[in-house]
Design a protein. Structure first.
Length: 405
């Protein structure tokens, strides 16, 4: 089908929808923030599961507190100046769980970046289509100025010829002013949409807009979209959330594994006595797990169940959103075609017949009604076409880049 659009521009400077989305992707601060968060998650993953830093200790052992050598480092033969080093050795299961948790965070950060990209594409498309639709509404209304000027001229001619009235002229002029108000309103909405577009492009958008894509064509049918719910923007991070919850559960379970530590210390005594070396091996004793580790495991297991249930609910919600968006896009397509093929031509014919009747001496009211209905149908068509484009964009930018036209 062919919609009402002005002749295609030959101006190479016209901004296409595709160019607008590319510009937004290249410089959107929000997307840069998500990419920085993704880099941060990778850096955190690089150190996950590493051994904790060793502990260095310095002290005095066996310090006398009585006698002539009390509180002096050389006051007793048992007193030693000590220097020790201790290394804690978490269990292998705990370190692996920490790595898995960090990997899930990297996965979620990557998913969030893709989700942000899709959200920006949808908002850029909505703003571009809003500006495009409002501009075409202005052009459609401006094209009606000539017809309204003819109506005013006919009313004035009948007044001069004595067959009309001043009230008829005033009525026609008032309706012509209403047309100007509608043009100003459409101009304002175009400016607002361009301002929203500038928010993503980082500069004022003053160049003309190119022709819109074909809103009747989608890259995927409804069944394909419903079969790929988990690949769509709103659900992309849910697998990572589940993986993070699973890793948190593994960390909680690893708390039941003993944690070892190894310590080495060197003791220096007074002159004439030999120095000493001590070696210590320690291990944690998770003996009372019922009210400690077991409760943590139960809590993390409940968190995992909650994430999975929320994921299922989000999947249902997304399916409902896709079906609703598809129904809206399909219905708007039929309405646009009906306006284009039937309502607009009939409204134009009715106005032409009413003008002919008025010229022949008929009453002005049928002409006023016909003109008002004509402008209403044209305005409805322009706004409907904008809504149709936005519904198309909502379905087009559901899947990541590479799965869209």
């Amino acid at each position: 089908m062919i919609f009402f659009v002005p002749p295609a521009r030959a101006d190479d400077a016209a901004l296409t929808l595709d160019a607008a989305t590319r510009l937004a992707m290249a410089q959107a601060p929000l997307l840069q923030a998500r990419l920085a968060q993704q880099d941060a998650a990778r850096e955190e993953a690089g150190r996950a599961g590493a051994l904790p830093d060793p502990q260095l200790s310095v002290g005095i052992d066996n310090l006398a507190i009585e006698g002539t050598g009390a509180f002096t480092a050389g006051g007793d033969t048992m007193t030693m100046r000590t220097l020790g080093l201790t290394q804690v050795l978490p269990s292998r299961a705990k370190r692996q769980a920490q790595r898995d948790l960090a990997g899930a965070n990297v996965e979620q950060a990557g998913s969030t970046s893709v989700m942000t990209r899709l959200a920006i594409e949808q908002q850029v498309a909505a703003a571009w289509i809003g500006a495009w639709g409002a501009h075409h509404e202005v052009q459609m209304l401006q094209a009606m100025r000539h017809e309204w000027a003819i109506d005013v001229a006919v009313a004035e001619a009948r007044l001069r010829g004595g067959t009309g009235s001043a009230a008829d002229v005033l009525a026609m002029r008032m309706d012509a002013l209403d047309l100007e108000n509608r043009i100003d309103d459409a101009d304002s909405r175009e400016a607002q949409s361009r301002a929203a577009l500038a928010r993503w492009l980082g500069k004022s958008v003053n160049e003309p807009l190119a022709d819109a894509p074909d809103f009747t064509v989608l890259a995927h049918d409804q069944s394909s979209l419903l079969a790929r719910l988990d690949d769509q923007g709103n659900l992309l991070d849910w697998p990572a959330r589940e993986h993070a919850a699973e890793a948190a559960l593994a960390v909680a379970k690893a708390e039941k594994h003993p944690e070892w530590s190894v310590g080495l210390s060197y003791g220096s005594r007074v002159r004439g006595l030999s120095d000493m070396v001590s070696l210590q091996v320690g291990v944690s004793l998770p003996l009372f797990t019922r009210n400690r580790q077991d409760r943590g495991i139960s809590a993390r297991a409940a968190d995992l169940d909650a994430v999975r249930a929320e994921h299922d609910d989000a999947r249902r919600q997304q399916a409902a959103s896709v079906q609703a968006a598809w129904a809206q896009w399909d219905a708007l397509g039929r309405q646009v075609r009906r306006h284009l093929d039937q309502l607009l031509p009939q409204a134009n014919d009715r106005a032409a017949l009413a003008l002919a009747a008025y010229r022949g001496g008929g009453d002005i009211q049928p002409l006023l009604d016909a003109r008002r209905d004509e402008i209403s149908h044209h305005t409805d068509f322009a706004r409907m076409l904008t809504d149709y484009g936005r519904a198309w964009a909502a379905l087009t930018y559901l899947l990541p880049e590479g799965d869209t036209p």
